[in-house]
Write a protein that binds this ligand. Structure first.
Ligand code: ARG
Length: 561
């Protein structure tokens, strides 16, 4: 339930617009101040009254009920108390009813959201720079589905460009079939790097010719390209499985080669295409941007041209409500130009396109950091984190069963969580030690708390899950109830702001609330049967909601740790 909205909707008429009230309601840092509060300072000017008087007037007139049981004016704040029993009852029964679906909704029904994410480049390294787009996109994909949207995951493969001509040339000179088959993407990448270091004039010419052959449909050149592509996709697919991401479409840049002309024609018809140094561009000077280059002087298309065609194709194919591009902020200008161009073409759906930009991830660990020309492969980061997780777990719990499985969940989870915990636009430095700290704001802390919940439930197996209506929750119990009640709002907030960190933070916050409750309140030893049943149910609900939250992020929760 959305308590802020509930409270706001019942504020007595006072001349302040309802949306403004809803936006202003906050959760006080100190719960003794109330569960929610409306600061009245910003309304003083509008109402020509002191904040204290506004709060007092509203407090006197606020209609209390079983949900909002108190409204008190304190120093210009209007503090609300939520009925503990009522909230506990409602929240716990919602979790019991909905289980794995708790936090979901059908508000997105009938709306399609396209999410362009991960979008790897064939035959190039899948490196740490792809982590954020892959896990952010994957999380948004699951979050939108959870909210009832039709989510379409699109991997806009980088499968077109002169580098494939170079690669074929390198392979012809230095490659061996078995070695490439065996070494996969690493072998391909080595060939490519070697070409860039050692290629002669002659080879450069040859590479251009091979590229031309791919384009003209030459059988051998295309077979080689398809082979490189399948080796790349097999490799990348394994990492996608480990990160729990999937796609509905792998339509890459090549897919759009025969779909660009109509868009170019429309640009021409609308008088938007102008000549500039031989190239064809859209002039965006009036909007403070450099020209958007659509065709090179030799008539060749560009990344931008293919993105234009892709946008039109997506609108036509999916009739999207929104089309998201989860791409690093380095491409801010590209997307601004792309969206502006579509707007200038008179398409009102340009407003539905969103560049979900994110910051850079680098590694704190010196041994693995990018040396000149050496990239950090994402797979190596995952393996290393799993290895460290294995060591940490062995120390904590040497008798752990399924150690391998747990280490994989903890290690991979730590990498995912590392990329999702902070607001996405921030640059982050990933540290293995920090990410695997059991007492930090980490996935392993949440996972460990979940395992603790599971073990409580296991111990109380015989006891039925109880009703909340026989117990008046104490402070710790109520703080946990409230956190659980806030989950649906966190999911919605994450979707609204394209910000899975809202869910990640909710997970840590809820785990902290659970642990405070766990320390303060005996569960198996509680005085009465009703209290034991209530606390067990609360534990169950916390576990269920945290599992749902972690699942949305793509992180598994082990039963035992
Ligand atoms: N492959 C591109 C890169 O690695 C990202 C593509 C993003 N998607 C798009 N539609 N432009 O930079």
């Amino acid at each position: 339930m959305d308590y802020k909205a509930y409270i706001a909707a019942r504020i007595p008429d006072c001349g302040i617009p309802a949306e403004e009230i809803a936006e202003s309601i906050v959760i006080p840092p100190d719960p003794s101040m109330g569960d929610y509060a409306l600061p009245c300072f910003r309304f003083a000017k509008l109402l020509r009254k002191s904040p204290a008087l506004i709060a007092e007037d509203l407090a006197a007139r606020y209609p209390l009920d079983a949900i909002v049981v108190g409204a008190k004016a304190v120093n210009g704040y209007l503090n609300f108390g939520i009925g503990r029993k009522g909230l506990a009852e409602e929240t716990l029964s919602a979790v019991l009813r909905e289980g794995e679906r708790y936090g979901s909704s059908n508000e997105g029904e009938g709306k399609t959201v396209c999410i362009d994410y991960s979008s790897v480049n064939i035959a190039k390294p899948f490196h740490i720079g792809h982590l954020s787009t892959t896990v952010l996109g994957g999380a948004l994909y699951r979050i939108y589905k959870f909210l009832g949207y039709n989510a379409v995951g699109i991997n806009h493969l980088g499968d077109y460009g002169t580098q494939f001509g170079k690669l074929i040339s390198a392979y012809k000179h230095w490659g061996k079939r078995e070695e490439v088959e065996e070494g996969g993407i690493h072998a391909i990448n080595e060939l490519y790097v070697r070409f860039n270091n050692e290629a002669t004039e002659e080879m450069e010419r040859e590479a251009r010719e091979y590229f031309r052959l791919i384009e003209s449909g030459d059988r051998e050149a295309n077979d080689l390209f398809e082979w490189f592509k399948s080796l790349t996709m097999a490799y990348v697919g394994k990492i996608y499985d480990r990160l729990h991401v999937s796609f509905d479409s792998y339509a890459g840049e090549r897919f759009y080669l025969d779909k660009m002309q109509p868009v170019i024609d429309e640009l021409k018809e609308k008088g938007l295409l102008v000549e500039s140094q031989g190239a064809k561009v859209v002039d965006l000077e009036a909007y403070g941007m450099p020209p958007f280059i659509v065709l090179r002087s030799d008539g060749a298309s560009l990344y931008a041209t293919r993105d234009l065609a892709a946008a039109f194709y997506r609108k036509k194919t999916y009739d999207f409500y929104k089309c998201l591009y989860v791409v690093a902020y380095q491409q801010n200008l590209h997307f601004k130009q792309l969206f502006k161009t579509i707007e200038l073409m008179g398409k009102d759906w340009a407003k539905d396109m969103v560049h979900v930009a994110y910051g850079m991830v680098s590694l704190e660990d010196g041994a693995m950091s990018t040396r000149k020309g050496k990239v950090v492969w994402l797979e190596d980061v995952l393996n290393r984190c799993v290895e460290k997780a294995r060591a940490v777990l062995a120390e904590k719990n040497p008798d752990l069963k399924n150690g391998e499985e747990v280490a994989e969940k903890v290690g991979v989870g730590a990498v995912i969580f590392g990329a999702l915990y902070n607001s996405k636009i921030k640059d982050i430095t990933f540290s293995y030690d920090r990410a695997l700290n059991f007492d930090g704001e980490t996935s392993v802390y949440v996972q460990y708390t979940c395992a603790r919940c599971a073990s409580v439930l296991e111990k109380l197996k015989g006891l039925p899950l109880g009703d909340a209506d026989k117990v008046q929750p104490n402070g710790e119990e109520f703080a946990l109830v409230k956190a659980i009640a806030d989950f649906p709002e966190a999911v919605r907030g994450a979707a609204e702001n394209y910000e899975p960190s809202v869910v990640a933070r909710w997970c840590v916050d809820t785990a902290q609330k659970f642990n405070k409750f766990y320390i303060a309140c005996p569960i198996a030893q509680a005085e009465t049967e009703d209290l034991r049943a209530f606390r067990k149910t609360l534990t169950y609900a916390a576990l269920c909601a945290m599992k749902n939250g972690m699942g949305l992020l793509g992180i598994g929760v082990p039963e035992k740790m």
